[in-house]
Write a protein that binds this ligand. Structure first.
Ligand SMILES: [Mn+2]
Length: 323
């Protein structure tokens, strides 16, 4: 594993010897919350505070590990404020008034932190958990299972379950597993069960799903009450190359969400372009990316869905011809 870069070790140790307030970024995610929980275990007595809520993953992790995270930081702090997984002070504002600040982060560019901030910034790291995993033993503190588990969950989350991992992510994961962070438990820590109402919507949308084969491509459409983008994403997970999910409400507002398989994107399918053209034609609005785009307009959901579908079929045919 690579050594942790950054501030003078003596200055860092002195800062961390003071009373610690650990801050996670706005809408704190699994990496941020996992690092804060691990550091609170490494430095008993440290407090953890959110700055503007927690993400669903962050909330679930804190609940399952029975760790208390305060909703708001105090206005000022006498010890040291340790900010984790935050590139810019705006992302954890309001930063308490404090003359000792440590920032541990892996985002691309570090923002303007108060003068004297001890910055541990490693943009090559795929998660802040990787930096914290190397930092704790460097400070002479033994990694315990209580620290290793939330850190491993942070590595899982920020590497997209190792899809974007570097070789160092694996080295760190090995260290964490050896320290008692059980891989399966880390996965469980990240598992979220969607609310039943949402799952019911998805299942109803699946009942209404229609599909066709267009050359070598599979195209699926459905109507739903809401959660259009999740529905479209799940249709691609089921096997569709192109998925369209439409909803309409009593006011005549129609929303269509679309997703495409990586093979279709690779072949040149562009859903954003397609839905933007439909929006021009139908006086609506659209936007997104080649593989994931959305559309809104006034009208009849079935009619608009049929038009979007025709557009997709035409594009898929032209891809086939081009190939
Ligand atoms: Mn992160």
């Amino acid at each position: 594993m690579v050594p942790v870069p950054g501030p003078d070790p003596a200055a860092l140790e002195a800062a961390l010897a003071r009373e610690l307030l650990l801050l996670v970024h706005h809408h704190g995610d699994a990496d941020s919350v996992g690092c804060a929980i691990a550091l609170a275990a490494a430095f008993p007595g440290a407090r953890i505070s959110a700055t503007d809520g927690l993400s669903a993953a962050g909330k679930v992790m804190a609940e399952r590990l029975e760790v208390e995270i305060e909703a708001r930081p105090p206005a000022s702090w006498d010890g040291t404020v340790v900010v984790v997984d935050t590139s810019n002070p705006e992302h954890c504002a309001p930063l308490p008034e404090c003359n000792s600040v440590v920032v541990i982060d892996h985002h691309q560019t570090a923002g303007e932190w108060p003068a004297g901030t001890l910055l541990i910034h490693e943009p090559e790291a795929k998660s802040t958990a990787e930096i914290v995993t190397r930092l704790i033993p460097e400070l002479g503190i033994e990694l315990t299972p209580q620290m290793a588990l939330p850190l491993l969950a942070g590595v899982y989350a920020d590497t997209g379950h190792f899809r974007h991992a570097s070789s160092d992510s694996f080295a760190v994961a090995h260290t964490l597993a050896a320290a008692g962070g059980e891989p399966r438990q880390a996965m469980v820590l990240l598992d979220r069960v969607r609310p039943q109402q949402q799952r019911t919507m998805f299942l109803k949308a699946a009942q209404r799903l229609k599909f066709s084969q267009e050359g070598k491509w599979l195209m699926a459409t459905t109507r739903t009450g809401s959660f259009e983008s999740g529905t479209a994403r799940l249709m691609v997970a089921l096997g569709a190359d192109v998925a369209l999910a439409a909803s309409g409400n009593k006011k005549g507002q129609v929303r269509i969400s679309s997703r495409a398989s990586s093979a279709a994107i690779e072949a040149g399918l562009n859903l954003a372009q397609l839905l933007e053209a439909l929006a021009d034609e139908q006086d609506g609005s659209a936007g997104g990316h080649p593989g994931a785009a959305g559309f809104q307009a006034q009208g009849d959901p079935d009619a608009l869905l049929a038009m979007a579908q025709q557009g997709c079929v035409a594009q898929l045919k032209s891809l086939a011809e081009g190939a």
